[in-house]
Ligand binder design. Sequence first.
Ligand code: FAD
Ligand code: NAD
Length: 471
Amino acid sequence: ATPAEEKDLVIIGGGVAGYVAAIKAGQEGLKVACIEKRGSLGGTCLNVGCIPSKSLLNNSHLYHQILHDTKNRGIEVGEVKLNLEQMMKAKETSVSGLTKGIEYLFKKNNVEYFKGTGAFADEHTVAVNLTEGGETSVRGKNIIIATGSESTPFPGLTIDEKKVITSTGAIALKEVPKKMVVIGGGIIGLEMGSVWSRLGSEVTVVEFLGQIGGPGMDAEISKNIQKTLGKQGMKFKLNTKVVSGDDSGETVKLEVEAAKGGKAETLDADVVLVAIGRRPYTQGLGLENIGLETDNRGRLVIDSEYRTKIPHIRVIGDCTFGPMLAHKAEEEAVAAIEYITKNYGHVNYNAIPSVMYTHPEVAWVGQNEAELKEQGVKYKVGTFPFSANSRAKTNLDTDGLVKFLADAETDRILGIHIVGPNAGEMIAEGTLALEYGASTEDVGRTSHAHPTLAEAFKEAAMATYGKAIHY
Ligand code: FAD
Ligand code: NAD
């Protein structure tokens, strides 16, 4: 065999973590290779996650709005029909445009792209099982593992991506199911549940905990969005666990009961979406060949500079600690490369925003009330409802509120929680404020254009240290 080619950096996984690291490394002048097995770059996010789900969320929202929310706006439409095949094509166009864009960026930044599955042969050598057939290997002075995550299966149900689906099936259904049951009322459950509910499915969400939204969402915000999603037609069974499932028939039957034990009932669905979280993916990586282990949740263990116990092997993104979010993976990718080339890097884990792209959107950054209470922090609260915001009123889109949590003594912002139109864009301002260590008065004394939704943000800040004007 020919000796393996030597690179400054070899990256296993071409998802958001891996491809951003590869581009950054190329920009820094490193000789870099990136190995990806799926046949296209961008990972979960671009191929089966963030991007396709947002395409369907946007277009299903338009469809739903045209069906139910035009007359009062003075728009009379004729017959409205769903063309699901075309909606899926629109999604595919967004996905392929973006994934091909990354291939272009690889070329531009001199990143060598290996299509295949990478596995450690030794601490510096990655064997690549090529997609086209055959094998090769590549050596790296440094190696980054960025192999991402996969959806957590539900015991007793077999995923066929048709009747029992994960998010991957949920972005590709060929027809609108009459009845859909979602196991898990986290971000995936609520986003994909929204899509199919808007397109006409009867959607019931079964959630083990007493609130929806998954980890981190503020309880008051969670209640607020639950009410709105309920008005849109979604049904919720909280404090409820699925005891067993039977997918042998034409429909799927789920046995559910109160989480603390109690009344059992059977739910019947044409499609069951399993959305109970994701778990790190490190299968077939050959970790045993280099003596690297994962923790009890499958995460690769690293230090604050992303190094494993083998210091030239680093780990970033979903397969290690922290929230499983694309923008978190991206920050880590840049920082990891800077640690390699400059010995410093920066990611502020207290200021990573979360966004749920339902309508209205939910977005937050920093801590929620329950977390502050648990830490015994004295805090004050300021809120402002979109029903008192002029732009939301002109848009006839007034559900939701902005909520600030700030240190009771110093006024420093500790958390910002929004449910409302465009919350996902608005939280960028909140994240910047948190990153800069702003007080609510800093935000409240900053001019915000009129009439904008962002004025609700300013006025919620004003309500935290003083009084809002319009409420
Ligand atoms: P991944 O994107 O999973 O990439 C890992 C890549 O490594 C994969 O392409 C895989 O094929 C490859 N790989 C694995 N093992 C090997 C190997 N041995 N050899 C070669 N290649 C390998 N996050 C957000 O921030 N915003 C959102 O709106 C959002 N929406 C989402 C919607 C859905 C339906 C899902 C499922 C996720 C969503 N996420 C969202 C989460 C986001 O997709 C992930 O946090 C992000 O993709 C993590 O990036 P990553 O590079 O760590 O992993
Ligand atoms: P999640 O952790 O957000 O939510 C899972 C939910 O399922 C939780 O509320 C949990 O209490 C519940 N649950 C767990 N086991 C259960 C059971 N047996 N029965 C009933 N309920 C149960 O996970 P997810 O929604 O699957 O999303 C996975 C990951 O993907 C998350 O880390 C999320 O951040 C990421 N993601 C992000 C976005 C976004 O940023 N917009 C979109 C989609 C996915």
